[in-house]
Design a protein around this ligand. Structure first.
Ligand code: FAD
Length: 302
């Protein structure tokens, strides 16, 4: 059950124990068929004993309640440790406090503290909510003071699309750690050196791996055009070498494109782990197949 000692294992404890962290990210489904798919994926991935599984927080409306509901159900009905994402978008401080109290009641003790994006998208300028918060650091601070929470934050190997520089971006991540974040998860990226560059910038600022493990976020490319579109929006470059490997697999053969995407993701995972990454965080898109195919290549077993 989600309230046992296993569920309270934190990222820092996992890393200190020398274990490699594996984690999975899901999003709240829109309908009953999507919900069935989500719970199938959760069941298929549960035997891999992830450090945590996270559920994203939507832009508004019912998907926000679904994050609370799904993480609560994971805590109640599975052996997994749920991490609930939470953003500052459109919320007052009081509303955020209420949501955090609901998480506590539901046995959810891991929170991914994010600013979120304006409705116009990640590149639009930020609009404050009256009585609300403007930066993830403020949310980290609030979460840390509100209950017994382990806090994760977002990190950007290529810099946040609105960041003035990579150095300023690293300063922001360090500020989140100093405010109480215990670990970070990165945006998707396709060059291991971007990840290692970020890690080095953070370590140079005096925040060590035991204070802020940085988990690389892995997104296998199963549909090149979709990933390129998303990458443009969030500031992730899809390098030419990756594009040509996928395109070379055969434009008209989805199965071969998929196989190339899985192979590239597995190579990236290998490089990251060999270079000292403390684990891998998989963007599952509520399906288990791609992650399991990567595990097979990495020889990760249940
Ligand atoms: P911040 O850390 O607040 O940074 C936002 C911008 O403000 C950056 O440019 C930063 O440089 C700048 N900044 C921060 N602090 C200061 C300061 N003190 N002074 C000046 N400038 C500052 N979005 C969702 O809506 N729901 C989700 O569930 C979700 N999950 C995510 C999970 C991961 C792993 C990642 C990487 C992103 C996720 N996002 C999610 C997207 C995220 O909300 C956006 O990328 C958002 O634009 C930035 O969030 P942040 O928490 O990094 O914000």
């Amino acid at each position: 059950m989600g309230t046992g000692p296993r569920a309270r294992r934190s990222m820092a404890e996992t890393i200190a124990g020398g274990e490699r962290s594996i984690s999975f990210e899901f999003f709240p489904p829109k309908d009953a068929a999507g919900a069935e798919r989500l719970w199938r994926a959760i069941s298929a991935l549960e035997p891999y004993d992830p450090t945590f599984v996270s559920v994203t927080y939507g832009a508004g409306g019912s998907t926000r309640d679904a994050t609370v509901e799904i993480t609560g159900r994971i805590a109640r009905e599975t052996s997994l440790t749920p991490m609930a994402h939470l953003t500052c978008v459109g919320h007052t401080r009081t509303e955020i406090e209420k949501i955090l109290d609901t998480y506590t009641e539901a046995g959810v003790h891991h929170v991914m503290a994010l600013r979120g994006d304006p409705a116009e998208g990640p590149r639009a300028s930020w609009t404050s909510t009256e009585g609300g918060l403007d930066h993830a650091t403020e949310l980290v601070d609030l979460v840390a003071g509100r209950g017994d929470f382990r806090i994760g934050v977002a990190a950007f190997p290529e810099g946040h699309p609105s960041a003035e520089s990579l150095d300023h971006d690293a300063d922001v991540l360090v500020a989140k750690a100093r405010a109480g974040a215990e670990f970070a998860v990165t945006q998707m990226f396709f060059r291991a050196e971007d990840y290692f560059g970020l890690v080095e910038r953070v370590r140079r600022r005096g925040v060590g791996p035991e204070q802020l493990p940085i988990l690389p976020g892995i997104m296998p490319i199963l549909n090149l055009a979709a990933i390129q579109r998303q990458g443009e929006l969030i500031g992730t470059d899809v390098p030419e070498s990756v594009v040509s490997r996928i395109a070379g697999a055969g434009q008209d053969d989805p199965a071969r494109v998929r196989a190339a995407g899985i192979e590239l993701a597995a190579e990236l995972c290998d490089e990251l782990l060999a270079g000292g990454a403390p684990g891998l965080h998989f963007y599952t898109l509520n399906a288990s197949r791609a992650t399991l195919e990567i595990f097979e290549r990495l020889r990760i077993t249940a």
